[in-house]
Design a protein around this ligand. Structure first.
Ligand code: FE2
Length: 488
């Protein structure tokens, strides 16, 4: 059963759930049951194995943690942000978790009622204007987290602000001052070599996209419009040493439907396009590729006159709901990586000819990449990904890919145990790209508890080398990051 509260743990905050007792929503129950209590817990118990001495930094995970009932239909990506973190140093570990105190959450708590409808509900049902690419949404800041300029930044996939939390204590520090009025999407990209942060935003109004760059000290030094042919639904971007890579996929909103107030994504009869723009601004060059939708890119790098871009190609970006799935049929398919058939894929953008060639890299259905912390934008050999159980947005295992030899390793959790995105923390001073660790939080339904697991990144198939007990069972979520001690 659940772990007893450790001796060095204390409750530091609480927002009692406003969800109805007996809630049966599949993404507010089970592994997705939201948390209410904010803890500080030090001297965590290592229940199995040993924490590596060299593991020095913070693992941060953002989660969608709804406080109040939804207006109409709820989508798991609507929930309020809550960040969970574990700080490792000298073979010991501490845990913190905090709500992201967004303006939207504060307004709803004051009103004691939800004010904004989520992504699969009509924006007309929202009570206020709000935020987001389509407007009339709450900026829940619950999608992503990255540490830049000594601050953890949480972001929302439908665009909004970047909320700041101190990366160790998780103190809320309000909005990042550099975010432009057009907002930013989730997945701002940190270049660990230069300390720059690249970001994009999108909206339903021309020019439909913007791209920008923030310097290592948190000053917005570049921001430019990226004109697109219509409203789009980009989720991620990539970058190399000299370029940012944006995208224009055929899975997008429909301008005619938007005119009627309907924000329903549709697969248009168009190619995929990748837009290559110099990092600090300039003309964009577009490359056409086979139609698909890419939720996440693994990495990109320059090789001679080409850009190599790795990501997960979806064979069916808009799977049809199965009526047998009942009232949540549409939602179930919308977040099922197996139904979308997401697999590792490589695009090669030839900067001389303007042509794009592409190939599948591995057959596994997988998504949510991790890469050696130092490798974004540079040539990588290894990537790790999460696997998912069919029909669910949950992570049930990890897979390791060697892009050079094609070798792969797999680790599968037992049923009822789900992991979180597992970034790669390099061993300080390591000379090998895969010398380091993967860090993940687990949610164990049967035992009603959570642990933090550390894997040797070279041998994930051997299972975790250390397991640490957390003071509470934590909710599932989407994104996580690793921040080495020197960046905190
Ligand atoms: Fe994402």
């Amino acid at each position: 059963m659940g772990y007893a509260l450790p001796m060095h743990a204390r409750e530091v905050g609480r927002i009692p759930t406003g969800l109805p007792a007996g809630d049966d929503h599949p993404y507010r129950t089970g592994a997705w049951t939201p948390n209410e209590i904010e803890y500080d817990a030090d001297e965590l118990e290592v229940v199995e194995g040993t924490l590596p001495e060299g593991l020095d930094g913070v693992y941060l995970r953002n989660t969608e943690n709804p406080v109040l009932p939804s207006i109409g239909r709820y989508h798991p990506f609507d929930g309020d942000g809550m960040v969970h973190s574990i700080r490792f140093a000298n073979g010991r570990a501490s845990y913190r978790n905090r709500f992201v105190r967004t303006e939207g959450l504060a307004a709803e708590l004051e009103a004691k009622a939800p004010l904004w409808a989520g992504i699969i509900e009509s924006p007309a049902k929202s009570q206020r204007e709000g935020w987001g690419a389509r407007g009339r949404m709450k900026d829940a800041s619950s999608t992503d987290v990255v540490v830049h300029n000594g601050m953890a930044l949480t972001t929302f996939y439908q665009c909004g602000d970047a909320y700041q939390l101190t990366p160790q204590a998780l103190d809320n520090r309000g909005k990042a001052p550099w975010v432009p009025a057009t907002g930013i999407s989730a997945h701002p990209k940190l270049d660990p070599v230069t300390g720059e942060l690249m970001f994009f935003s999108y909206s339903t109004e021309a020019p439909y996209m913007h791209y920008g760059l923030v310097d290592p000290k948190g000053t917005l030094v570049h921001h430019q419009p990226i004109p697109l042919p219509g409203p789009r639904l980009p989720h991620d971007m990539a970058f190399t040493e000299h370029y940012a890579i944006l995208n224009d996929f055929p899975l997008a909103w429909d301008a005619d439907l938007i005119a009627k107030g309907v924000y329903r994504p549709k697969m248009h009869d168009l190619p995929s396009r990748f837009g290559v723009v110099p990092r600090r601004g300039g003309d964009i060059r577009w490359f056409e590729a086979a139609p698909t939708y890419v939720l996440h890119f693994i990495n990109a790098y320059e090789e001679g006159d080409a850009i190599i871009l790795d990501g997960y190609f979806q064979s069916d970006p808009m799977p049809r709901p199965d009526p047998a799935d009942g009232p949540y049929a549409g939602l179930k398919k919308m977040v099922d990586l197996h139904a979308m058939m997401a697999r590792p894929h490589r695009w090669r953008l030839d900067l001389r000819t303007g042509k794009c060639t592409e190939e599948r890299l591995f057959e596994d259905i997988s998504e949510f990449p991790s890469l050696n912390y130092h490798k974004p934008g540079r040539k990588h050999r290894y990537a790790w990904s999460m696997t998912a159980p069919e029909g669910w947005f949950l992570f049930d295992g990890l897979v390791r890919y060697d892009m050079e030899t094609g070798a792969r390793q797999r680790f599968q959790y037992e049923e009822g145990v789900y992991a979180s995105e597992a970034p790669m923390a390099p061993r300080p001073g390591a000379s090998q790209e895969d010398d380091g660790w993967l860090v993940t939080f687990t949610t164990d339904i049967e035992r009603d508890r959570s642990e933090c697991h550390v894997f040797d990144a070279r041998h994930i198939d051997a299972g975790p080398i250390a397991k640490v007990a957390l003071p509470q069972r934590i909710s599932s979520g989407t994104h996580a990051c690793w921040a080495p001690a020197g960046t905190l």
